[in-house]
Write a protein that binds this ligand. Sequence first.
Ligand SMILES: NC(=O)C1=CN([C@@H]2O[C@H](COP(=O)(O)OP(=O)(O)OC[C@H]3O[C@@H](n4cnc5c(N)ncnc54)[C@H](OP(=O)(O)O)[C@@H]3O)[C@@H](O)[C@H]2O)C=CC1
Ligand SMILES: O=C(O)C1=N[C@H](C(=O)O)C[C@H](O)C1
Length: 233
Amino acid sequence: MNIALVGYGKMGHEIEKIARERKHNIVSIIDIDNQEDFDSNDFLHHTDVAIEFTRPETAFPNYMKCFERNIPVVTGTTGWLQHLEKIKKECQENKQTFFYASNYSIGVNLFFALSKFLAKMMNNFSQYDVSIEEVHHVHKLDSPSGTAITLSEGIIENINRKTFSNLSIRSKREDEVPGIHTVIYRSEADIISIRHNANNRKGFALGAILAAEYIQKKTGFLTMNDLLKPILI
Ligand SMILES: NC(=O)C1=CN([C@@H]2O[C@H](COP(=O)(O)OP(=O)(O)OC[C@H]3O[C@@H](n4cnc5c(N)ncnc54)[C@H](OP(=O)(O)O)[C@@H]3O)[C@@H](O)[C@H]2O)C=CC1
Ligand SMILES: O=C(O)C1=N[C@H](C(=O)O)C[C@H](O)C1
């Protein structure tokens, strides 16, 4: 597979390593200072997928640049969801290919499923209040994290008494923490909590490559639910 990396920061570098281990080719690397390479021969004619990890405000313009050139996109950038409906429309009306996950780690996606299961049970136990905590490195630009937003959606879907306005999400920024997410249920009598703690960025990067492999010859708006459907209970 021929990959164009859009964004060559912490994730871009980690994805490059795993892509090469899996024998994929990196045909172009587009960062902030070589935007003209969106029109290079390699990007236009030799790219199977663009893997985009940049910044909240640059993500949507980058997606549109890829769509204008009919290049499929796998993205993990968070903090751009105000444009979600426009992206879905592009996929539907113009047959573009777009894969988004707030978190590409397989472990986190198991954690999402576990959190939904726990939320379903907790729907019947109103003595518990639920909250989310997330901890990330000090360089992170968006808050709450994309992962915390996905966790909150899974909880709100399953607990009738919870809404976005009464579900507390606490965000902390500390040192170089790759990402810790905790879902906490507190009653007067006890506390139940579940936590995912990323040791490094390898899981995110591998998930993005698996997504890029998965979307080959597919169109539409795709997510980890599509990718993991055959193996998640
Ligand atoms: N979904 C997931 O599993 C994960 C998502 N993320 C998300 O991915 C995003 C990137 O994370 P990370 O790699 O750690 O961040 P970094 O800041 O390390 O890297 C972002 C890179 O994008 C570059 N950049 C800025 N603007 C553009 C542009 N217009 N076009 C191309 N490149 C540009 C930056 O350059 P410069 O530094 O010069 O601005 C930088 O090199 C964040 O939104 C983060 O939340 C992170 C990990 C996992
Ligand atoms: O910015 C990060 O680093 C991360 N961002 C994603 C998020 O916002 O949830 C995924 C992961 O937690 C790392």
